[in-house]
Design a protein around this ligand. Structure first.
Ligand code: GN1
Ligand code: MG
Length: 360
């Protein structure tokens, strides 16, 4: 255990005696550990990435606001969902700021659960959709103005494109396939951004990162128990969350495969996730939202590919990597997913129509 980890741990739990401290999950930005105490209590200790979250106080305030709201709503309705708890140091402090300025925090560990990096059955996809719909129902009564925006421009695809363009003159290398892929689609990246200015799409508090690994399943993988990683909760479009969730849920090969040739967007998982979502939240969606489901997953996959590729060109400053080309490989996976969505566009639109008709 490093000196910083020890200081952070004892800041929150000065009396703790631990049995083990192990890295938890494969988050791309923060560092996370599972702590087990001598009596067997489990806790999650996290160091927020200061490069990604330059103002961690906003992230922490949002986290407290959202967990409080979710719990209050769940106390009123009958829903099978566990909200993670933010642990303070006994004096109301939820953050420990280390000497390097990094923010550490402690969260409850939701036991008897497991997280998956990929979905393998339609039932799992339906559960994920159901839970995202429940999350949106629960957050729909939280005024967006009660949350700060800790990541301005987080889903602003045209802005990511500008940042990519600015990197090009000084980039050491260029992957021609990625460059051409981006150039062929650069005319068509502002759809979701333009919609933010309109009232035809639903804007409310969103999760911001509803990828498969953030849904905690029961041990038998039959139910989703929680949706974790609330760093990115913020005002946004439901289409951002639905698109992001679908891009992760309908890619059974996962984000980190080396060979993008195998990557396909799975239409059966798409239908299942959407039917789970519509079952809980179709009333939240506007007519325009329903028309743009396929475009939102296409654009969010493109956006994430662009973010990975830009980070590769910039020297891997944002997303953690285990090898120098990992962000390039990750970008190619997202671009392969975009191609697959484009090739199935009509079929996916028909599925949306069928799911919509089932729930009107
Ligand atoms: C990052 O750290 P993690 O794995 O929860 C990223 C998401 C991406 C995701 C892709 C704050 O999330 O936007 O979709 O990687 N989070 C941030 O795996 O940038
Ligand atoms: Mg996250």
């Amino acid at each position: 255990m490093t000196a910083d980890t020890q200081k952070a741990l004892f800041f929150f739990l000065p009396e703790i005696k631990i049995t083990s401290l192990e890295p938890l999950g494969d988050g791309n930005v923060n560092d996370t550990w599972l702590i087990v105490s001598v009596p067997g209590e489990k806790y999650v200790l996290q160091r927020l990435n200061p490069f990604v979250f330059p103002d961690p106080g906003l992230v922490q305030d949002n986290l407290c606001t959202v967990t409080y709201h979710l719990q209050a709503r769940l106390n009123q309705i009958d829903a099978d969902f566990t909200v993670l708890k933010v642990i303070d140091n006994g004096n109301g402090a939820h953050s420990y700021i280390a000497h390097d300025g990094a923010c550490w925090r402690m969260l409850s560990y939701i036991d008897d659960t497991q997280s998956l990096n990929t979905v393998s059955t339609a039932d799992q996809a339906r559960e994920i959709g159901r839970t995202l719909g429940l999350f949106h129902q629960l957050t729909s009564s939280l005024p967006p103005s009660s949350l700060a925006d800790p990541l301005p421009g987080f889903h602003n695809t045209p802005l990511y494109l500008k940042q990519y363009d600015a990197l090009l003159p000084t980039a050491q290398e260029c992957a021609a396939d990625c460059r051409d892929f981006i150039d062929e689609r650069r005319h068509d990246v502002s759809l979701l951004e333009d919609l933010q200015k309109q009232e035809t799409v639903r804007q409310q508090v969103i999760h911001g990162d509803p990828k498969v690994a953030n849904f905690l399943f029961s041990r038998d993988l039959k139910r989703v128990i929680s949706l974790i990683d609330l760093d990115t909760v913020k005002p946004g479009l439901l289409l951002h969350d639905i698109g992001d969730c679908l891009r992760s849920c309908c890619n059974p090969s996962g984000e980190d495969v080396r060979e993008p040739g195998d990557v396909v967007f799975d239409q059966d998982l798409f239908a299942a996730m959407l039917s789970g979502y519509f079952n809980n939240a179709s009333d939240l969606l506007t007519v325009t939202d329903k028309q743009l489901l396929v475009d939102s997953v296409r654009l969010i996959s493109f956006e994430l590919g662009l973010r990975f590729y830009s980070d590769h060109l910039a020297g891997n400053r944002y997303f953690k990597v285990k090898s120098p080309k990992q962000n390039l490989f990750r970008a190619r996976v997202q671009f392969a997913l975009v191609r697959s969505i484009e090739s199935k566009y009509t079929e996916l639109m028909e599925i949306c129509g069928a799911v919509h008709n089932k729930f009107v």
